[in-house]
Write a protein that binds this ligand. Structure first.
Ligand code: NAI
Length: 327
């Protein structure tokens, strides 16, 4: 299995690569070859990462290739994990960030179309992840959209862990806590479908004041809270969520998990928009959006807000990429 990781000299990659090499992601019997892509200026640091991987003496890791050439990176790739993105700089508008990243994901989409295996599975992590995935899907035009996903599992893990801590139980016992929409601070973390092994969540966890004043803002702002405390963005937990997302997608799970996937019109979300939905993963890189979870009247305005933001993001990226066309 040839796995391409972009942004491979970055901090999420540093936590993720050992998980891939050890077999935690694709199974303990699956040999893998890693192709590590980063920009030219990061090549020395990337060599250091490759040395450390070698020094790990991982039995499943058959080869490591480092490159700054996007056209070499995706040759014969079975899996692409796209961590690399242009970071938001001080004073930069969100629109400028979208446009910068649209150019990166356009180039990578084209390279995937030309060089990757047709059955490739792709996970976009670099932000703005939903819209980057939508851009990539436009240019990797020979790849079925159901093979392209983005990461919202970190948001789901954060919400699940929050509930488990409140109830003093293991996160494993908490199911069906979902985060809908955009991986941004408009995301809607939703407890109305949540259950534990012992039954539905207690009423106080669905109290509207508690949701509005505590649960929702804590989850929406969790990334910012980590940055404030660590002076760096989430990396260990992001790598762990990448592992969970890919492992469930490839090996299957009974749980309903959050994935950002291309809307097929489910839940009234416009087709082609990449939205975080609850998904069922039977294995082998397949998923189905689970259609029947109600939002409740409390959830509707939150969904509207995140949906609106995603539609606007897509419009801005689309206008930048195809200035003469209309949506
Ligand atoms: P980082 O800044 O430590 O590493 C990013 C790496 O990407 C750098 O080595 C950089 O040189 C490289 N890079 C930049 N442009 C590139 C290009 N065109 N091709 C290849 N490599 C390129 O960032 P970190 O912490 O590893 O995060 C990576 C991305 O993941 C960021 O965009 C971050 O916002 C996002 N993220 C997304 C999460 C999610 O849940 N969807 C959670 C956490 C982070």
């Amino acid at each position: 299995m040839r796995v391409t990781v972009t942004g491979a000299a970055g901090q999420i990659a540093y936590c993720l690569l050992p998980l891939l090499a050890r077999g935690d992601v694709f199974g303990y019997e699956q040999p893998i070859e890693l192709v590590l892509l980063d920009i030219e200026q990061a090549q020395t640091s990337l060599q250091g990462v490759a040395m450390e991987l070698e020094d790990g003496a991982y039995p499943l890791l058959t080869a490591i290739h480092c490159t700054s050439d996007v056209n070499k990176a995706f040759v014969e790739a079975d899996v692409a994990i796209l961590l690399g993105a242009f970071p938001r700089k001080l004073g930069m508008e969100r629109r400028d960030l979208l446009v910068k990243n649209a150019a990166i994901f356009k180039e990578q989409g084209e390279a995937i179309r030309k060089h990757a295996k047709e059955h490739i599975r792709i996970l976009v992590v670099g932000n703005p992840a939903n819209t980057n995935a939508a851009v990539l899907a436009q240019y990797a035009s020979n790849i079925d959209k159901k093979q392209i996903t983005a990461l919202s599992r970190l948001d789901q893990n954060r919400a699940t862990s929050f509930v488990a801590k409140k109830l003093k139980i293991s996160p494993e016992e908490v199911k069906n806590v979902f985060v809908w929409g955009n991986h941004s601070n408009t995301q809607y973390p939703d407890l109305f479908n949540g259950v534990t092994n012992r039954g539905p969540l207690p009423d106080w966890l669905r109290d509207e004041k508690f949701l509005r004043d505590e649960f929702i803002p804590v989850i929406q702002e969790r990334g910012a809270a980590v940055i404030k405390a660590r002076k760096l963005s989430s990396a260990m937990s992001a790598a762990n969520a990448v592992k969970d997302h890919l492992r469930d997608w490839f090996l299957g799970t009974q749980d309903i998990v959050n994935m950002v996937v291309c809307s097929d019109g489910s839940y009234g979300i416009k087709k082609g928009i990449f939205f975080s939905f609850p998904c069922y993963c039977p294995g082998n890189g397949t998923f189905e959006i689970v259609p029947h979870f109600p939002w409740s009247s409390f959830g509707e305005p939150w969904i509207e807000r995140t949906k609106k933001e995603l539609y606007e993001e897509w419009e801005q990226a689309f206008t930048a990429l195809f200035p003469k066309s209309s949506l």
